[in-house]
Structures are given as C-alpha cells and as structure tokens.
Write a protein that binds this ligand. Structure first.
Ligand SMILES: NC(=O)c1ccc[n+]([C@@H]2O[C@H](COP(=O)([O-])OP(=O)(O)OC[C@H]3O[C@@H](n4cnc5c(N)ncnc54)[C@H](O)[C@@H]3O)[C@@H](O)[C@H]2O)c1
Length: 318
C-alpha cells in the first residue's frame, strides 16, 4: 500500500500513453476513489480512465492545482502532463512552458502541502557525447529541446528535495511500448505504430527511423511496475539518482522488432523512410546502465523482445 495514509493520489496528463495504464493500475491497488485522474483534454474515448474520478486540469494553472490539492486531500502526485520529443521540437516554446513551467507549479504545490511527487524523466536527457551504453552519472548535454526540459526537471526536482525536503522521485523512461492507448508526438512511437500497421489489412509499415536504429525500450507493464515500486520505496533507500533513475528494459533495432513481428505475422513488410526524428534518435544512447536502480530498489525488468511482441499481438487482436 502507498504511504498516502488517508490521502488521495492525483495523476496529471492522465489521458496520455502512460496515464491510461497507470491510472488503471493505481485504482486496482488503492481503490477507484483514491485516484483522481486529470488532463487538459476531455475524457471522452478513454474508458479505462473514466472508471473513476476525473477533472479537467491545465498544469499551467497554478491556482487550480493548489485548490485541487487542498480540497481533494492529495498526498501523492504522478505528474505525467508534458509535450513529447517530436512535438516538442516542432513547438520548443510550448515544450519548455508545459514541461518546465508545469513541473514548477506541481513542485510548488507539493512544497506547500508536503506531497510526494513522481516527475518522469527520459533517455532524451542524454546527448551525442554520452557513452552509447549510458551510465547513471555522465554529463547531460541533450541536443533536443525536449531533452533540455527533462534535464531542467531533474535539476528542479533535486533543488526542491535538497532545499525544501520535497520527496521528488523520477525515472528516465526508455521508449515505452503499449497497446491500450494511441501514441503521438514521441520519437519511439514507431515501436507502437508498427504493430497497428502489421495487424491492418495492408500488413506493411513505413518506419520513420533507419533499420539499424537501436534504442532503449520497455514494455508498459514493466514501466508501470517500476514507477509504483519506486514511489513506494522507503525514502532512505533512495540515492542522489532519485529524480532520474536509469532503468533498462530491452534494446533492439527497428529491423529486429520488425523481424520478430514477421515471426507472428508472415508477409508483414517494413519499409524504412527516415525523417527528422532520425536525428533525435541518433543523439540518444543504444542502452542504459541501471545498476543504481538495481541497488537502490531492486529493479528488474520482466519482458524481453519475444514476450513483448507476443503480448502486444495477443492484446491488439482481442
Ligand atoms: N511514452 C514514452 O515513451 C515516454 C518516454 C520517456 C519519457 N516519457 C515521459 O512520461 C510522461 C508521460 O508521457 P506520455 O507518453 O504519457 O505522454 P502523452 O503525450 O501520451 O500524454 C501527455 C498528456 O499530457 C496532457 N497535457 C498536455 N499539456 C497539458 C497541460 N498543459 N496540462 C495538463 N495536461 C496536459 C495531454 O493531453 C496528454 O494526455 C512525460 O513526462 C514524458 O516526457 C514518456
């Protein structure tokens, strides 16, 4: 059980790829009424989130965040609202405003109300100068605006922890693969879109990355387990990586994914037509070293490429 006591959990950006799965899991564990989902968008078309309380919330509205936190007895926030990499590069000002400005508003509300906060980071914090197997500690010089906002959020989290004692925790998520909600605006979206195309009558996909592009990836089930495990760790077990733990799931190239899908869907064809997103992918590592997460909170992934592809296809064809 969470250390939320009698308090409730607020999830921002709850209608997105991660929120759709996270809200469902949190409600299974803690009860539907304990988890207040929120987003800037209306809830229609999101059956798994509409099973419990929902409110419209723009994370740029600091007054509304404060009122919600106080009136709804919030003691834990999972702050998922953000603009992702591909959309962030198209709209860098908006990306900075929402990712950094929204996080500041959430951290301020947390400071005033002694709230534990989860602020996700990303493998996009690494830049082209980081080793291709990225260690926990290495200079963070991202070349994308999105990556810069993620570094800023890790730093903000550490400032709020060190100066004000706000219990901020975060994970540098790899590209996440899931079947419950559509993806949009990320560079690793190809690894979800490819399944939908493979299962369509056309049985073909135009991949926007090169065949040999290798990136750190993870199945959503593993990512949700990691997130909830981290949030329930005793505070004293966390190290200075607390705002941006590297966690490793699996690493594969676009071609390796496509060939595993072909094992299940004979005749599937993947064509490669790299676009601007190739540049973002090229600036990120192939894999990450997650020794610190393993030591601090015994992180261990469960899904490998074969099990992930099988599970995705089974669920998408149900
Ligand atoms: N999905 C991934 O592969 C991945 C990988 C690394 C890191 N992350 C991080 O995880 C977090 C969640 O990612 P996701 O994939 O669920 O993103 P998503 O784009 O699927 O969802 C984000 C949600 O935030 C909402 N939103 C946007 N602006 C808002 C605002 N001003 N106020 C309130 N809500 C707003 C959107 O409506 C959307 O529902 C982000 O911080 C992202 O950077 C995701």
């Amino acid at each position: 059980m969470p250390e939320s006591g009698e308090g409730r959990i607020l999830v921002t950006g709850a209608l997105g790829q991660i929120g759709t799965d996270l809200v469902e899991n949190l409600r299974e564990i803690y009860g539907s009424d304990k988890v207040l989902a929120s987003d800037i968008r209306e809830i229609s078309g999101h059956p798994s989130v509409s099973s419990g309380p929902f409110t419209l919330l723009d994370v740029l509205d600091s007054d509304k965040i404060l009122k919600l936190v106080e009136n709804e007895n919030i003691t834990i926030i999972y702050h998922l609202a953000a603009i992702l990499s591909a959309k962030g590069e198209e709209k860098p000002e908006l990306c900075e405003l929402i990712n950094v400005g929204g996080t500041k508003n959430i951290l301020e509300a947390a400071r005033k109300n002694k709230i534990r906060v989860f602020v996700p980071s990303s493998i996009a914090v690494f830049g082209p100068d980081a080793p291709k197997h990225a260690p926990q500690l290495t200079p963070l010089n991202p070349s994308t605006k999105y990556g810069m906002t993620k570094v800023d959020c890790e730093i903000l989290g550490m400032i709020y922890w060190q100066k004000y004692g706000v219990d901020v925790r975060g994970i540098r998520y790899p590209g996440l693969i899931s079947w419950k909600s559509p993806v949009s605006g990320g560079t690793t979206d190809y690894a979800v879109d490819i399944f939908h195309s493979a299962l369509s009558p056309k049985k073909s996909y135009n991949c926007f990355l090169r065949a040999d592009t290798k990136l750190p990836m993870m199945y959503m089930e593993d990512a949700i387990r990691a997130t909830i495990t981290l949030m329930n760790q005793p505070i004293e077990s966390l190290s200075s990586a607390r705002c941006g733990y590297n966690i490793s799931g699996l690493s594969f190239t676009a071609e390796e994914l496509s060939s595993e899908i072909t094992n299940h869907i004979p005749g599937f064809i993947c064509n490669y037509q790299p676009d601007i997103r190739q540049n973002y992918a090229d600036s990120w590592p192939d894999s990450v070293d997650d020794e610190v997460a393993k030591n601090d909170w015994e992180w261990k992934p469960e899904f490998q490429l074969e099990t992930l592809v099988k599970d995705m296809i089974e669920n998408l064809t149900k």
